[in-house]
Design a protein around this ligand. Structure first.
Ligand SMILES: Nc1ncnc2c1ncn2[C@@H]1O[C@H](COP(=O)(O)OP(=O)(O)OP(=O)(O)O)[C@@H](O)[C@H]1O
Length: 335
């Protein structure tokens, strides 16, 4: 539904996007993550055709938008609805008026506008707020209006730029649940950019991690959590910096069903060794379960080696804990 092939965008001497390729399947919720300045906004702006790349192609809903002239480009924007961090609602218009404006700009005839606005307000659960003004709404309600407005022209793709960053955790959860429902009910394809790893964990099927305009890692989250050394998995399940120790300190990743097994207690019993757990982070992601824990092996060299071999044989991903933490992206940005 969305394909970028070797997209490069420069601003003067800054390369905001450096040969970025990605593919978003129809009906997928796709996250674009990375530190400030990584190129996330530029990427989404090439998808909604606000930015023309210097090289590469962008295809949205079957339209190769990098080859369209300006008039065709304006028409093609209707395939993608855009949702913003700070809602961008007009204070002087009611909720319904804000949604109708999008239809007015798209050239929808007057008598269809009100009916369509009411349809999308119903979809986002705001029917009873249609005649309210933005100042009378909570942040979550404002963002629902933003989503309704983006959906008014029946786009196949919904693009969200830090859409939950200004919301509290509970409101964020309800907006993410709404996105999932809209994807399921309307078959929408959703691309969101975020610096919040909770958002990726809760709602995304796939993601791309950008750094300095380049793709560091991308794919389905269920696959990434099973990939040794995955920087995105480190960010999704952070363990923090490790404390130096005379014993081996290991970060273990348990992809999928292994996480439900009592591996650590079994190994401690089988090898007659004490294992200390100093950090843990686990949860559901991309339709699977995953978790990471940091352990300290307190046995002698031989027993520790046997535990290590056993862990690997069971499919646990074993990495030496890095003293400064292994977060390459959002964790370091927040620090
Ligand atoms: N219009 C512009 N003119 C000049 N430089 C720009 C422009 N837009 C973006 N850049 C630069 O391109 C790089 C990528 O910026 P971009 O806004 O895409 O990153 P981002 O990942 O969205 O960051 P943030 O999370 O802070 O919004 C940055 O170095 C930025 O300064």
């Amino acid at each position: 539904m969305i394909t970028l092939e070797s997209v490069t965008k420069r601003f003067g001497t800054t390369t905001a996007l450096d040969a970025v390729s990605l593919h978003v399947e129809r009906g997928e919720i796709y996250g674009v993550v990375g530190t400030s300045g990584a190129g996330k906004s530029t990427l989404i702006r090439t998808v909604n055709a606000l930015e023309r790349p210097d090289a590469g192609t962008v295809t949205v809903a079957g339209h190769r938008i990098t080859e369209l002239d300006d008039a065709a480009l304006r028409r093609s924007r209707r395939h993608a609805g855009m949702v913003f961090q700070h809602f961008n609602l007009l204070a002087g218009r009611t909720v319904r008026g804000n949604v109708e404006l999008a239809l007015e700009i798209a050239g929808t005839e007057r008598r269809r506008r009100t009916a369509r606005a009411e349809e999308v307000l119903d979809l986002v659960g705001l029917t009873d707020r249609a005649t309210h003004y933005p100042s009378q709404l909570s942040g979550g309600q404002k963002q629902r209006v933003g989503i309704a407005r983006a959906l008014a022209t029946q786009p196949e793709v919904l693009l969200l730029d830090e859409a939950t960053s200004a919301l509290d955790p509970e409101t964020t959860r309800s907006i993410l649940a709404l996105l999932r429902r809209l994807r399921d009910e309307l078959g929408l394809t959703v691309m969101l950019i975020t610096h919040e790893m909770d958002v990726v964990r809760t709602v995304c099927d796939s993601a791309t991690l950008l750094q300095h305009g380049r793709v560091v890692e991308q794919g389905r989250l269920a696959d990434l959590v099973a990939a040794p050394g995955s920087p995105l998995t480190h960010d999704l399940f952070p363990l923090g910096p490790a404390t130096a120790s005379e014993h081996p300190v290991l970060d273990l990743t348990f992809p999928g069903p292994i996480g439900a097994q009592p591996v650590i207690t079994q190994l401690a019993r089988r090898h007659d060794i004490d294992i200390a757990i100093s950090a843990a982070s686990a949860g559901a992601v991309g339709g699977t379960r995953a978790g990471r824990i940091r352990v300290e092996l307190l046995g002698d060299g031989e027993r520790n080696a046997a535990v290590l071999a056993d862990l690997r044989a069971r499919g646990v991903i074993v990495e030496d804990a890095e003293p400064r933490g292994t977060g390459t992206t959002t964790q370091e940005a927040r620090a």
